[in-house]
Design a protein around this ligand. Structure first.
Ligand SMILES: Cc1ncc(COP(=O)(O)O)c(C=O)c1O
Length: 349
């Protein structure tokens, strides 16, 4: 290897160590992928192809991201056994349903850690424990929680965990997968054998170094930022729930520090989004990742909302560049907008 190649390799391995250490993994247990979407695809499909149709049975939660759910549905079309696990009205996994399906021999369970739409955070340790008692592997999509909640993969004994950089202010287009060393997956991309043979193709070193830098910066700010965001989120939720016929989607306390998701009777969330936008506030009425679709969000339907209730929902995400003043401004503007739209809403009259 020439000195230029050596320098790049050193940067790659140092970045891998930084990110692995942050989740208490070994460097050899972390592989870089193009995105979290790719990592999730790799776990589900890589597991299915390794196990084969006769043995494989994958269970995924009904509120997982589309890249998990659609991978599962695609595998089902190919003849693999797939089970979709229900959640309760807060978006927490139904543990009785999990227990019941585990009795039937499941090889892999995949449940999103912090949901990107309603913010609900799953009791991951409890779920892993139950999976392992029945010999099932456990994967979590931790894209939204990584860097917001402390995750120790040794302590929780997670088998696979998906992360990416841009949710912790790193570059877009770089993701990664924690994979406990001995847990086998079939690679989806074949070639030069990069990333321990699991993901061939020349690594994107600038994005990888950026990912590690974002993790490094996150180390010190994670705890104070979690406290600050929780305070601001709760202030926002409390004020908005004072509007009549308004509800909170997701769990009241077991939720991501940055997420608030409301349901307003009689109005369309999309109308609120457009009005907020003119006031300089970016929000969304569905999942940002699938906002091209006008269909009500599958997550909101999975927690039992009717389509019109799902369409009357609004998600506000806050982050490190928001201040207390921003929260006051959002509250003031949102109160005004909901009142104005309701006054002319045919659904209200
Ligand atoms: C929970 C969750 N999983 C996966 C993804 C996909 O991430 P990526 O854009 O890195 O593929 C997202 C996107 O925001 C997400 O919120």
């Amino acid at each position: 290897m020439n000195s230029f190649g050596f320098k790049a390799k050193k940067a790659l391995e140092k970045s891998r160590e930084t990110i692995a250490e942050f989740m208490n993994a070994e460097a050899s247990e972390f592989i870089f992928t193009g995105t979290a979407t790719e990592a999730n695809n790799l776990v589900l499909k890589g597991h299915a192809f390794k196990e084969g149709k006769s043995n494989c049975h994958i269970a995924v939660s009904s509120i997982d991201h589309d890249c998990v759910l659609l991978s599962a549905k695609w595998l089902e079309q190919l003849g693999f056994r797939i089970t979709i696990l229900p959640v309760d009205k807060y978006g927490l996994l139904n543990l009785d349903a999990l227990e019941k399906i585990l009795e039937e021999k499941v090889t892999l369970v995949s449940v999103v850690h912090g949901n990107n739409e309603i913010g609900t955070v799953q009791p991951i340790e409890e779920i892993v424990k139950r999976c392992h008692e029945h010999g099932a592997l456990f994967h979590t999509d931790a894209v939204q929680s990584f860097g917001k909640l402390a995750i120790d993969v040794k302590k929780t004994e997670i088998d696979f965990m998906t992360v990416n950089a841009h949710k912790l202010y790193g570059p877009k287009g770089i993701g990664g997968l924690f994979k406990r060393t001995q847990k086998e997956l079939e690679p989806l991309i074949h070639g030069g054998g990069h990333e321990f043979g699991l993901r061939s193709g020349t690594e994107n070193i600038p994005a990888i170094v950026g990912f590690a830098k974002a993790v490094e910066l996150r180390k010190d700010e994670m705890v104070p930022e979690a406290i600050r965001l929780t305070r601001m989120r709760d202030k926002l939720i409390k004020a908005i729930l004072e509007i009549e016929d308004t509800y909170l989607n997701g769990h009241p306390s077991q939720r991501l520090t940055n997420n608030a998701n409301f349901r307003f009777s009689y109005i369309e969330g999309e109308a609120v989004v457009l009005s907020l936008d003119t006031e300089g506030i970016a929000a969304s009425s569905g999942s940002a990742c699938s906002s091209k679709s006008a269909e009500p969000s599958h997550v909101l339907l999975a927690i039992g909302l009717r389509p019109e209730e799902a369409r009357g929902s609004l998600r506000i995400s806050i982050g490190k560049y928001n201040t207390e003043e921003d929260i006051d401004y959002i509250i003031q503007v949102l109160l005004k907008i909901v009142k104005r739209i309701r006054a002319i809403s045919p659904l209200k009259h």
